[in-house]
Ligand binder design. Structure first.
Ligand SMILES: *Cc1c(COP(=O)(O)O)cnc(C)c1O
Length: 367
């Protein structure tokens, strides 16, 4: 059993993916080839945003977004400590300070009620994450940002691409939306890739330039940038996968519901993630809360069920971030870090495999 089964997916889409890759090999424009613009146009339509800028990775997307906002040393960015390290890493890389706000225990997303108290004159951005595939309370966060001097809101949608919030698509919910096409994300390529979305023409222009070394035209550099382009080959892979993405999302939604139903029926002492009624969760990870996590994880492993922990340590407790002095400030993130476990999840998971996994989980929890 695979935690994320990319081989089954490839088996289903072999022809279109191979054909797309072959086209790139034939035209040979490996950097900024025609597939780059084609993908940006398609993703823009999918998300409903005015601009899409493909970039080298999800991390690069977040970095370029912050650079476009002209983040400076000493500026503050409010974010969650219960996320992948990249979210805070890009802030620190620019010399700015991540200000960690605790999570809602049932969704594991940043608790918007705690944000306003953390705003200072140095706050340059708020960076909520759509953890596990469900967006944060974006409208509440946007309202806080608007009434505090129009602070920018960057959505880290690396896990929530394809999810909806109040009828709108993740990545088109705030100033800037960033996503990742890392192979295991809901929409993945065959290497690294990512994309940035915005409705702001000025920011879009800045981010396009920053992506290519801050150049306005070739060898004329009007700002400091990065080498942050997405390869044409990776864009070709995403273009092929985009054809079935809507069907895969439907499959993810159904699989999430079936997991919840199986766990409830089994009476397993596992807490389910809350999904708010005004949004969907695309289940980048299907994560539940359990006691004795490490022992249960070992038992599942011996039963042949691969699992993962997203994430075992809150970012403000990571050795590299202890100097921020905020390690003890987010108890609910610490509690989640001790109890979360992610079960195998991908659009090609069968009903019988899900039943097998929930049986193994129930056994492991009762033993
Ligand atoms: C995966 C991920 C990233 C980084 O994406 P990469 O493409 O791996 O650089 C950032 N934030 C979150 C929440 C992620 O899950």
């Amino acid at each position: 059993m695979e935690f994320i089964d990319l081989k089954s997916q490839y088996a289903q889409m072999r022809e279109p993916i191979n054909a797309r890759i072959q086209q790139v090999l034939d035209h040979g424009q490996y950097i900024m080839g025609p597939e780059v613009k084609e993908l940006e146009d398609r993703l823009q339509d999918f998300v409903g945003a005015r601009h899409c800028i493909t970039v080298a990775s999800g991390t690069e997307a977040l970095l370029i977004a912050l650079m476009a906002l002209d983040l400076k040393a000493g500026d503050e960015v409010i974010t969650t400590p219960f996320t992948f390290i990249a979210t805070a890493e890009v802030i620190v890389l620019l010399g700015a300070i991540p200000v960690f706000v605790d999570i809602e225990p049932d969704t594991c997303n940043i608790d918007w009620r705690l944000i306003e108290a953390k705003i200072t004159p140095r706050t340059k951005a708020i960076m909520p994450v759509g953890l596990y595939g469900q967006t944060a309370d974006m409208d509440e966060i946007n309202a806080i940002a608007a009434r505090n001097g129009n602070i920018a809101v960057i959505e880290d949608a690396a896990q929530s691409f394809g999810a909806t919030y109040r009828g709108r698509k993740s990545c088109n919910l705030s100033t800037i939306g960033c996503t990742s096409f890392f192979p295991s994300k809901p929409l993945g390529c065959y290497g690294d890739g990512g994309a940035i979305f915005t409705n702001d023409d000025g920011l879009a222009k800045a981010m396009r330039e920053i992506r290519v070394h801050g150049q306005e035209r070739r060898y004329h550099h009007t700002r400091v940038g990065v080498g942050g382009r997405m390869d044409t080959l990776q864009c070709a892979v995403v273009l092929a996968k985009l054809e079935t993405f809507e069907a895969e999302i439907q499959s993810r939604l159904a699989l999430g519901e079936r997991y919840a139903e199986l766990i409830r029926k089994a009476g397993a002492p596992a807490g389910l993630l809350a999904v708010r009624p005004d949004r969907t969760c695309v289940w980048a990870q299907f994560t539940v809360f359990i006691q004795n996590r490490d022992a249960v994880q070992k038992k599942l492993q011996s039963a042949g069920v691969p699992t993962a922990v997203h994430y075992p340590v809150a970012l403000n407790r990571q050795p590299a971030y202890l100097h921020l002095g905020s390690a003890d400030s987010t108890p609910l993130s610490d509690a989640a870090a001790g109890t979360v476990i992610s079960l195998p999840m991908h659009p090609y998971l069968t009903e019988s495999t899900q039943a097998f996994i929930v049986n193994a989980l129930t056994d492991a929890l009762s033993a």
